[in-house]
Design a protein around this ligand. Sequence first.
Ligand SMILES: [Zn+2]
Length: 448
Amino acid sequence: MKRHRLCFPQAIRRRKLWRNSRFHYLYGYLPSTADEVLDLKGHLVLPGLVNTHHHFYQTLTRAVPAAQDANLFNWLTTLYPIWARMNPEDIFTSAQTALAELAFSGCTTASDHLYLFPNGSRLDDEIAAAQEVGLRLQASRGSMSLGESKGGLPPDAVVDSEESILRDSQRVIEQYHDTRPGAMVQIVLAPCSPFSVTTDLLKQSAQLARNYGVHLHTHLAETEDEEQFCLQKFGHRLVGYMQEVDWVGDDVWFAHAVWVHDEEIKVFAKHNCGVAHCPTSNMRLASGIAPVKEYRAAGVNVGLGVDGSAANDGSHLLAEVRTAMLVARVKEGITGYSLSNDPNRKLMTAREALALGTRGGAAVLGRNDVGSLKRGKCADFFAINLNRIGFTGMHDPVATIVFGQPVNVDYTVVAGKFIVKEGHLVTIDERQLAEKHNKAAKRLLNES
Ligand SMILES: [Zn+2]
C-alpha cells in the first residue's frame, strides 16, 4: 500500500506532463502521438539547407554549347537572346525543375532572382511553381533597365522602363510578401547588376523596399571586368557605388562579392550586408574565389548559392556545401598554407561549410525562423541514409555528407510536410516535369 501511494500521484503527474509539449521540449521526451512516425535509424538528420542565390529560369539553358567556355560577359551576351524567347509557362516549368533539384539536395528555403520578364512572364509564375513544389521561397523581383543603347550590357529587348519595374515591384510586395514567422513566400527587390540597371532604379528600388520592409539583393563584384565597367561608367569601385546609392544595411545581400578590397569587407561588416557565396558558378565562369574566410573573420554573414543553373549547371545545394569547403582550401593553398607555420591558420571544416549552407544562409536572407533545428523554428529538415556504398568506411557521420560525393537526400521536409520521401519527390510528378522541361528547352534553342 505504501509503495502504491507513493507511485500513483507521480504516474498521474507524468501522464499530464506527457501531453504538455513544453515538458517534452524541456526534458527531451518525444510526444506519445504524432501524425506520422519516421524511423530514421542509420540516417543523418540536419536542418534544411538555405539557398541564397539562384535563377530558376536558367535550368532551360544548361550547357548551351556556345556558352560553355565563356567568361561572364560573353556568357551573358550569348544567352540573353535565348532567354528573351521565354514565356510564362517556361518560367513556371523551369522554376519547378530548379525547386525539385533543390529539394533533392536538402534545400528547404530558396531565394530566386528573376530579372527577365519576356512575353508576359511575371514573378507570379515562379511563386505558383514554388507553392506546388512546397519549398519556402524568397522571390526576388529582379529588373534590368540599362540596355545596350544606354551603355549597359543587355540588349534593349530584355530591359524594361523604370516606371513599369517599380509599379510591378509594389504590386508583388502587396500581393505576396508575408512577414509572419514561417512565411512560405517573401518578396525581395533585386535590380540585376550595376551593368544592367540605372543608378536611378537602384535608388528608387531601395526606397520602395524600405517603405515596405522588404530586403534588397543584387549581383556585385562578380568579375574584374564588372569592376572596370563601374569605374568607367559611374566613377566608383563597386562597393563605393553601393554606398553612394544607399545600398548598404542589414536588409541588403550581394551575390558573389569576389572582387573586393579589405576596406570594402569592413564596409560590409559595418553595415551588416550579407554575401551569397556561389563557388561553382565562380569556377565555371572563371570569375575568381570570394574571400569567405576574410568575410567571416570580419563578422559578415555569408550564405551559399547554387547561382543560376546555366552557370553551375545544376541546383544541388549540398554539392555547393562541399565545393565551398574545397575551394576555400584551394584559396589557402595558393596563399601559402603549406609554407605557413601559423598554428591559428585553419582550413574550412565540413561543419563550417554546413553552417554556411544553413544558419549562414538564414542570416543572409534575414530569416530567424529557419536554418537550425530548435524550439520555435520551422520544421524544415532533410535526412540522408548513410548506409550506401559511397559512404562506407567514413568515420564521422556529419563530415561524411560533405567529404563524400554529393548524393540526393532520402527525405526533405518543409513545415512538417514531405517534399521528398524515401528518395522520391512527392508533391509533383518528376517524370512528367522532366518531359515538359526538355520540350521547352529544345524549343527555346531551336527558335533562333
Ligand atoms: Zn546570379
